[in-house]
Each structure stands twice: as C-alpha cells, then as structure tokens.
Write a protein that binds this ligand. Structure first.
Ligand code: PLP
Length: 387
C-alpha cells in the first residue's frame, strides 16, 4: 500500500504557470512579485503590513529583534511547538522560558500564563515578549492574552506558522491582538512558497524596522535616509540586518496559492469534520472546537485515552506506519530537547505538555487527501486501538 503522508502540498497548473512567468521575466528576485504578494496577503488578512521573508524562522528572528528582544530580555513561549518558536529568542541573546499548555486546546494556557506572571511580578522578572503559538491552526485565546499583556506590559508575537487563514472572534489571525504575527509557507503548511514566510503588523514603525532587518539593514527609500543622497546609486545601511528575502519565484507561487487558500482551507475543514464523526466511537481524544475560533486545520492530532485503552502511543505509531499511514508526532516539548536541557530545563516542568506529548499522534490531513484514503486511515486506526 502506498504511504499516505501526514501532510502534502497542493500544487496546480496555475501555480506552475505563475512560477514559470517569473523564470522567463527580467527579475528572479527584488522585482515586483514580492510587494504584490505582500499587498495581497495583507488585504486578505485585514492587516496594514505584510513583510515577506525567506522562512518563518527568519521572520520570528527579525520580529523579535524589531520588538527589541536582546540580551537581558525575557521571552516566554509554548513548549508544544516547533523549536523555532523558542530559538528566535535565543538568537537575540535573550532568556527563554515556557508556559504550560491547556490540555483541551493544546495551546498556551491563559490560566498558566496568569499564574506565572503573578509569580514573575513578585520575583521582579516579567517577560518582555510572549510568543503564543496557534497550535495545529487553532487560535489561542488572544483576548485573554491581550488582557494580560496590557496589565503586565509585555508584547505579543504570534507564531501563526500553522494558522494562515484561521479566524479568532471573527477576525483573521494576524490582523489584531498581537504586535506582530509570523506565518510559514513551508510545503506542509496551509499555503506554500517552497520555503517562505511573512510577518504581519499594523504598526508602521515596526514594519519599517522589519523591512530593514530583512535586507542587510539597507534602505533605498529617500524619506528614510539619515544623510542627503550622494547620487542615484546611494543607499544606506542603518543597522545590522540579514539577507532574509523571499524570491520573486516564491512570491509568485505564494500569490497563486493565496488565491486558492479558502478552497484548500474549506477542504481541510471538511476532512476534519469527517474525522470528528468517523473517530467518535474510538477511545481517542479529538481536537477541541472552541466557539470563538475557526481553525485552519494544519494538523489533526488524536490523543490515546489511557483511561480507556492500554495500548501505547509507540505501538499505535508503528502499526500505522507499517500499514502505510504516514503518521507523525507534534511536538516533543521544546524544553526536553537536549539543547534546552543543557540550558537548565528538565522533565516535569511543564506536565500538561509532557502528558499531551506522550499520547499524541498526528494523522494525515491535507487538501488532496481523498475520502477513500481518509477511510483507510480511520480503519487502520480502529483496527489497532480496538484490538
Ligand atoms: C514550521 C514552523 C516554524 C518554522 O517555519 P519555517 O518556515 O520552516 O522556518 C515555526 N514555528 C512553528 C510552530 C512551525 O510549525
């Protein structure tokens, strides 16, 4: 039986044609495609600025820098995420810590955040930036986090890598609540540019800093120059930036994908609805569906319910892989990675994330998954957990 992957990009003829047009044009990079894609993304997400970058990790890095993260500062994020959510703070020389998750939503717990903030205030070390991660595409409780940000004075950087097109309280993720949000266009994510990402913000000054940091700290914009231009060739490096640019080929692919995003999202949602129904009889904990949010359904994670089944996650995982089902695990808690253990973190510190990890399996979910394939996944899962 062929392997059904846990995720897979959806590339159509229009996507291929869009990239080919750029390949045959004058500019492969630094032409019109990137600003055109940025405007289209910003319009679709109801946000003032969208700054395209080479990948979401680069976006998180420069978003941290633009928010002032540096040595002596403190950043908190969710342990249930990809390592990039924490690494971005370490790149900047800041200290990192984690906030445990909510067992139902698997997102950073607002209650745990509130408790940790109260303790941090007594100890005199409040965080400067908090990075909530919209895990699997399900938006975090942004109103709750915003309320705490206003009370304790930290900034919010949303890691929206999973959440392109997701909605919170009727608003697109990236349009409100956080100072900035970062999206990923890696092939397994909601839309793809191969590698790629984008940072959204409503703050003009922050957007200008992000644009500088993305391209060596260089500006060619006369209005931003510190000295009178010495000639038409003149540009200024104003700070230490990076080459974190997206290419025009990638931006053209991104704009073509963005045009189909709502269709692809609807397909993911329909598959998630079908899983919800098909898996209901099995001893599994299924993803939460809070009324305030519309998930982008990047991942479909089931948890084995230890009260009902004694079969281990490792057994289920291996049996599914053997059956040709490309399951995966999202995520081993970041603080348990050797790099973070070496920085003083240890097992037991974030018990909800650790318990969730021990039970979680991501099953296939992507727009081109067929109903037949989905039934095969459910049948294979049922055969193993009901054995
Ligand atoms: C994929 C991902 C990233 C990194 O995205 P890249 O575009 O691959 O750099 C960051 N955070 C989370 C939560 C992710 O899933």
């Amino acid at each position: 039986m062929p392997l059904i992957p846990y995720s897979c990009q959806d590339i159509d003829a229009a996507d291929v044609a869009a990239v080919e047009r750029v390949l045959r044009s004058a500019f492969l990079t630094q032409g019109d495609e990137v600003p055109t894609f940025e405007r289209a993304f910003a319009e679709r997400h109801l946000v003032r600025h969208a700054v395209a970058v080479s990948n979401a990790t680069a976006g998180l890095h420069i978003a941290c820098l633009a928010l002032g993260v540096g040595p002596g500062q403190l950043v908190w994020t969710s342990p249930n995420s990809f390592v990039a959510s924490a690494n971005c703070a370490v790149y900047c020389g800041a200290d990192i810590d984690f906030v445990d998750i909510d067992a139902t939503t698997r997102n950073l717990s607002v209650q745990a955040l509130e408790d940790k903030l109260a303790l941090a205030e007594r100890q005199g070390r409040l965080p400067d930036v908090v990075i909530p991660v919209h895990f699997a595409g399900l938006p975090c409780d942004l109103k709750g986090i915003r309320g705490l940000a206003d009370r304790y004075g930290f900034k919010i950087l949303e890691d929206a890598s999973h959440a392109t097109g997701a909605m919170y309280a009727g608003a697109p993720i990236g349009s409100a609540y956080g100072e900035a949000a970062v999206f990923s266009f890696h092939p397994v994510k909601i839309i793809t540019t191969g590698e790629g990402g984008i940072v959204t913000t409503n703050d003009d000054a922050l957007a200008a800093r992000l644009r500088l940091l993305r391209s060596h700290g260089i500006t060619r914009d006369r209005d931003q120059m510190q000295h009178a231009p010495e000639g038409p060739w003149y540009y200024e490096q104003q700070l230490l930036g990076f080459n974190y640019r997206l290419t025009d080929m990638q931006a053209a692919l991104g704009r073509s994908q963005l045009g189909r995003m709502d269709d692809m999202r609807a397909r993911r949602a329909a598959l998630a609805d079908a899983y919800q129904e098909l898996l209901a009889p099995l001893p599994l904990r299924l993803p939460a569906r809070p009324h305030y949010a519309e998930s982008s359904w990047h991942l479909y994670v089931v948890e084995l319910d230890p009260c009902v089944t004694s079969i281990s996650r490792a057994e289920v995982f291996s049996a599914l892989r053997t059956a040709g089902i490309g399951v995966n695990v999202h995520y081993m808690p970041i603080h348990l990675q050797p790099f973070y253990r070496a920085r003083g973190f240890e097992a037991g510190q974030f018990p909800v994330a650790e318990r969730y990890y021990s039970r979680a399996i991501s099953i296939p979910l992507f727009p081109r998954l067929t109903e037949k394939q989905q039934r095969d996944v459910v049948d294979a899962l049922a055969a193993i957990v009901l054995r």
